[in-house]
Design a protein around this ligand. Sequence first.
Ligand code: 5GP
Length: 187
Amino acid sequence: MVSTNGKPAPIKVRDKFFRLYLEKEQIDRIVGGIAGRIDMDYQGKLPLFLGVLNGAFIFASDLLRKVSIPCEISFVKYSSYQGMASGEKINRLLGLNETIRGRDIIIVEDIVDTGLTMAQLFADLKAYEPASVKVACFCFKKDAFRENFTIDYCGLEIPDLFVVGYGLDYDGAGRNFPDIYQLDETL
Ligand code: 5GP
């Protein structure tokens, strides 16, 4: 998926350099594919998308605009990352509420790494007795994954790289790049 022709310029985010990994046109196609599957799977239902802030805000907004069935969206805020490492402790910064009960939930995550954040969200969701819970994530780091839940709508499996852009940050910066970039320590 790395662009080879045209040699796009690397970007600098804080003290690190990153090179292009996935262009916005490819991102757009992947998101369209996920939306199409959700449209088919949720015919006649009113799913409640649950975006995981901060990272998923761009993916969630793109996905929602491509889904054509009736739906609703809400957000939770969970945080585990510090700099470039996935933490062991999950902070719940904005929680769940009663609107979850009896609903068909589609969790929208930017990236699943170890899976710890998502596992915590699954556990928290249980208390609110949703009718069903599925997961849509844009990037999935299969080799770093340590949990055993199913990712129902996976945009892209990536190696264990550190990526920024398309909502993903490095120490709070870099979320606004429309393409996805990978850390390059050789630059
Ligand atoms: P997990 O709990 O699955 O280990 O981590 C999930 C969270 O870590 C994601 O929601 C995301 O915020 C962050 N994360 C994981 N991998 C990356 C990455 O390569 N780049 C960035 N910017 N954030 C990541």
